[in-house]
Design a binder for this molecule. Structure first.
Ligand SMILES: *Cc1c(COP(=O)(O)O)cnc(C)c1O
Length: 413
C-alpha cells in the first residue's frame, strides 16, 4: 500500500504505521519487548552482525522493530535520509558530540542553549574539545569564532527560555562553504513548524519528550541525517564505517558508537507512546502556538509586565526570521515583571499552569527561570544569556485560551 501523492503532514503521519505493514491488520505497530532476536540459520545471524542483511535485529540495545517504526515516522516528518532514536534528548545530543568530535576539534555553539546542553560543553572542554559559545542570531559572530580546527556548529531553532532564533540561513551558508557539520536542535519548533534540512542542517536533533511526544509521559530523543552533509570529507569517521555510500557513514557511526556503545537506548514501550503522541503533533502545535500568541499579546499589553519574549510578536528581535521560516511561534514564551519581587507570588497566584519544569505538555507549565533551571549556571551566565531575575517561562498547553487569559489576568491583578 502507498498513499496518494502529495498528501499533507497529518495524513502522512497517521497512516505511517500501516504502510510499513502490520500483522493481522493491526493499526499500530506492536510493542516488541524482546531483547534477543533468534535465527534459524547462523548465516542470517552473521548477516545482521555484518550489516549485509537489509534491516534485521540482533540485540535490542541497537533497536527493535518498534523503535525502527518510530524512526521511520520521524524520518518521514523531517524528510531525512535516516533517523536514530535514543532514550532521551540529552542521550541524542551526547551521542552527536561524543562520536563525531574528538580531542583537538573545535565546536562553535549557540550561547542560547538548553541548560544541560550548556553543561555538557564543560565536559567536552575537559575532554580536550574546544567550545566557543556565540550569539548565533548573527551569522557573522559564528564566522568570527571559526578556527582552523572547527568541525561543527550547533544551534537551537527557538532557544529556551529566551526564544532567540539563530540566523538559520546565514549559518547554513557558512557551514556549506566551509564544510562544517551543521547540527540543529529543533526540539521546540518540531519538524511541523520548521524543517532544519531546508536551511542546510546536516543533522537534526529532537527531544521527543517535548513537542513530538507531547504528553509529558515518555522520554526520548532522536537524530536525523538530512542527507545534506558530505561525510566523505569529514575526518572523524572511523575506518570501519567508511563503507558503502558515503551518505550513510555519519548515521552508521552514530548508531554503532553512539547508540550501541553508549547505550542510551529508547525502550519499545516508550517508542510506542511517543509514536502515538506524534500522531497529533501538528494539531497540538497549531493550537498551542495560537494560544501562546494570544497570551503573549495579552501580557505585552499588561502594565505589570516589563517584557515578553515570543517570536510571534512584532517586537521580537527575530520576528522577521520567524515569519519567513517558521509556520508558527510554538508553545514557548517567557516574560519579565516590572517588579521582580512579584515573580514568586505571581507564580503562586496562577491556578491553571503547573509549577513545574519540563516543556510541551498538554497542560501549561510555568517556572521562574533564574531560581531553578539557570540557578546552577550562576548570575554571570544568566546575564550573558539575557535572563532577568524575574523571568518566568511558560510552556503553553492545550487549555481553552480564555481560561488561560483569565487566570493570568487575575494573577497579575
Ligand atoms: C528538553 C530539551 C533537551 C533534552 O531533552 P530530554 O529528552 O529532556 O533529555 C534538549 N534540547 C532542548 C532544546 C530541550 O528543550
Amino acid at each position: 500500500m502507498s498513499l496518494p501523492e502529495q498528501t499533507g503532514f497529518n495524513t502522512q503521519i497517521v497512516h505511517a504505521d500501516r504502510l510499513g505493514g502490520t500483522e493481522h491488520g493491526a493499526v499500530h505497530q506492536p510493542i516488541h519487548p524482546s531483547v534477543q532476536y533468534g535465527f534459524e540459520r547462523v548465516e542470517d545471524l552473521i548477516a545482521v552482525f555484518q550489516g549485509t542483511a537489509k534491516g534485521g535485529f540482533n540485540y535490542a540495545r541497537q533497536g527493535t522493530p518498534t523503535t525502527a517504526a518510530l524512526e521511520a515516522r520521524l524520518n518521514q516528518m523531517e524528510q531525512g535520509r535516516g533517523t536514530i532514536v535514543f532514550s532521551t534528548g540529552m542521550a541524542a545530543i551526547c551521542a552527536v558530540f561524543l562520536t563525531l568530535l574528538k580531542a583537538g576539534d573545535h565546536l562553535v555553539a549557540s550561547r542560547y542553549v538548553f541548560g544541560n546542553t550548556n553543561s555538557i560543553f564543560g565536559t567536552l572542554r575537559d575532554l580536550g574539545i574546544e567550545v566557543s559559545t556565540v550569539d548565533v542570531t548573527d551569522a557573522a559572530e559564528v564566522a568570527a569564532a571559526v578556527r582552523p580546527n572547527t568541525r561543527m556548529v550547533f544551534v537551537e531553532t527557538i532557544a529556551n527560555p529566551g526564544t532567540q532564533i539563530p540566523d538559520l540561513e546565514g549559518i547554513g551558508r557558512l557551514c556549506r562553504e566551509r564544510g562544517f557539520l551543521y547540527v540543529v536542535d529543533n526540539t521546540v519548533a518540531s519538524p511541523y513548524l520548521f524543517r532544519a534540512g531546508s536551511v542546510g542542517a546536516g543533522l537534526v536533533v529532537n527531544s521527543l519528550t517535548k513537542s513530538i511526544g507531547g504528553h509529558g509521559n515518555a522520554l526520548g530523543g532522536s537524530v536525523t541525517d538530512t542527507g545534506g552533509f558530505d561525510w566523505s570529507s569529514y575526518p572523524n569517521i572511523f575506518e570501519a564505517y567508511r563503507k558503502g555510500d558515503a551518505k550513510g557513514w555519519g548515521l552508521q557511526q552514530l548508531r554503532k558508537k553512539g547508540l550501541r556503545d553508549m547505550g542510551g537506548t529508547l525502550s519499545s514501550a516508550a517508542a510506542h507512546q511517543i509514536a502515538t503522541g506524534a500522531e497529533t503533533l501538528a494539531l497540538r502545535m497549531d493550537r498551542s502556538s495560537a494560544t501562546a500568541l494570544a497570551l503573549a499579546q495579552f501580557l505585552a499589553g499588561h502594565p505589570a509586565v516589563s517584557r515578553v519574549l515570543y517570536p510571534g510578536l512584532p517586537s521580537h528581535p527575530q520576528h522577521a526570521v520567524a515569519q519567513r521560516l517558521l509556520r508558527a511561534g510554538s508553545w514557548l514564551l517567557s516574560f519579565e515583571l516590572k517588579d521582580p519581587a512579584d515573580c514568586l507570588p505571581l507564580c503562586n497566584r496562577l491556578r491553571l499552569p503547573l509549577k513545574a519544569t519540563g516543556l510541551a505538555d498538554t497542560r501549561s507549565l510555568i517556572i521562574p527561570v533564574a531560581h531553578t533551571i539557570f540557578w546552577e549556571a550562576g548570575a554571570q551566565v544568566r546575564a550573558s544569556m539575557d535572563i532577568g531575575d524575574s523571568m518566568i517561562r511558560v510552556s503553553v498547553g492545550l487549555e481553552d485560551v480564555q481560561d488561560l487569559l483569565d487566570d493570568f489576568g487575575q494573577a497579575l491583578g
